[in-house]
Write a protein that binds this ligand. Structure first.
Ligand code: ADP
Length: 427
């Protein structure tokens, strides 16, 4: 066994305000239960005496406010106890948000004050953004609120598959093993795992999502008061930074939580100084956050797609369907790369075709691509429509002009139009 790792059944005693940081070994799941005291995993309390089973490779921490004894059973890559965590500062943020939600709830429902906090979590990759978002949502849900979770991270989002931005109400503390239930998320498909492939489209989708949520909030005092938690991507330089500002602005964020980077915090504080109702707060990154390299990220993306079709515990059975080429109406948003400014006559503005929606005929390149099923009724609605789900192209037969794809279920697709980007998956 590697150093720092251990196996077999053992008990770990945690003192107050300490956490057990675990990385499950690569081959077998790990079982865990709470024997005494109280403890939580990323904001969700662990039930007494019930065994939780974590899949291989899972990284998490069990934190206790007052002390606990944990039993773990299985092989870990690493597990150690830490007594220095930023949890007190995180729970203090929660307390401030809680007060603002209560104030919003007590305000007349047609006044601006009835809007609860709109929190946006920003920071470099692997600073613990998703984890902090999750804690804030779970703590709020435990208190009976139904905050809206918005995930703008199209590389490693936690609501749906990669290549998308999405939002969903969080009604219960998030399950430490299964994550966020995929009930009724509002999903927009970008089709790439980084916005740089089409920045204009990313902005349009962020705006669409924000507008839909704004409308939903108008009719729902409860979710309005609960507010939202917005997770962002780790791209914080150059265009990435501009996209952060765009998101802060588009969602009318009122609290900006900056994790683990002094420079980003000071830049945001300066640009947002003129906005009296925006607080820019610097928070420490947890020492427990595990860095993931490009390969690990790519693998994680693949398993998210697998999970969409097969379920988190292999508990779903997707269906292989066959259709005629002519039955599938496939569209792509944005053409090739934009002409460089230098190629244009002096003074001319480049005409962007990044937002052009164009039909795609079935071709070999679609093999192994993941396509989104749009809710659009007409092609010109494709860009502004959210998507119902995804299919995965497994075979293209040019002789019989038939395409075979995997879908979550048998039968006709929930929409007529399909959107293609460059999101691929290999089983
Ligand atoms: P980001 O969203 O900034 O990229 P994440 O919140 O996804 O970062 O964290 C990266 C990884 O570190 C995740 O696998 C997460 O489960 C793990 N992690 C975060 N905090 C802790 C902690 N305190 N102990 C152990 N693992 C952690």
């Amino acid at each position: 066994a590697p150093p720092g790792s251990s196996e077999a059944v053992r008990q770990v005693k945690l003192d107050k305000e300490c956490e057990l940081r675990v990385e499950v070994g690569p081959n077998f799941p790990l079982r865990l239960r709470l024997l005494t005291g109280t403890a939580e995993i990323f904001g969700t309390e662990i039930p007494q005496e019930i065994r939780l089973t974590f899949p291989p490779g899972h990284k998490f921490a069990v934190f206790t406010w007052y002390g606990a004894t944990i039993e773990i059973d299985g092989t870990t890559e690493t597990d150690y106890t830490a007594d220095e965590t930023p949890m007190i500062s995180y729970i203090n943020v929660h307390a401030v948000l809680e007060a603002r939600r209560n104030r919003a709830k007590a305000s007349p429902c047609d006044s601006d004050d009835s809007q609860g906090p709109r929190v946006i979590v920003v920071g470099p990759t692997d600073s613990g953004k998703s984890t902090l978002s999750r804690m804030l949502l779970s703590w709020a849900a435990k208190q009976g609120w139904k905050p809206t979770f918005v995930d703008l991270d199209i590389g490693q989002g936690s609501i749906t598959i990669p290549g998308c931005i999405a939002a969903t109400p969080i009604e219960l503390p998030i399950d430490p093993v299964e994550g966020i239930p995929l009930d009724m998320p509002l999903v927009y498909f970008h089709g790439h795992v980084t916005p740089s492939a089409n920045v204009e489209l990313y902005k349009v989708l962020v705006k669409e999502l924000a507008q839909v949520l704004e409308r939903q909030f108008t009719g729902n005092i409860e979710s309005r008061a609960a507010g939202m938690v917005i997770n962002t991507m780790g791209w914080i330089e150059g265009v990435g930074y501009e996209l952060l500002l765009h998101a802060i602005d588009t969602f009318n964020a009122t609290v900006v939580l900056v994790l683990g980077q002094e420079k980003l915090w000071s830049m945001l504080r300066d640009v947002l100084k003129s906005k009296a109702n925006v607080d820019v707060v610097k928070l420490q990154k947890s020492g427990g956050v595990v860095s993931r390299n490009a390969k690990v990220r790519q693998k994680a993306r693949g398993s998210r797609i697998r999970e969409y079709f097969y379920g988190p515990a292999n508990d779903l059975s997707p269906h292989s369907n066959t259709a005629n080429f002519s039955d599938l109406l496939i569209y792509r948003i944005g053409g090739g790369p934009q002409a460089p400014r230098s190629a244009l006559p002096v003074g001319a503005e480049p005409i962007s075709d990044r937002l052009r929606v164009a039909p795609v005929s079935v071709n070999q390149d679609l093999h192994h691509l993941v396509l989104a099923v749009s809710f659009a009724k007409e092609p010109d609605e494709i860009m502004s429509s959210n998507v119902a789900g995804f299919i995965w192209v497994t075979d293209i037969n040019f002789e019989s002009k038939k395409i075979t794809y995997l879908a979550p279920s048998a039968g006709s697709l929930p929409g007529k139009y399909l959107i293609v980007g460059n999101l691929t998956w290999c089983e």
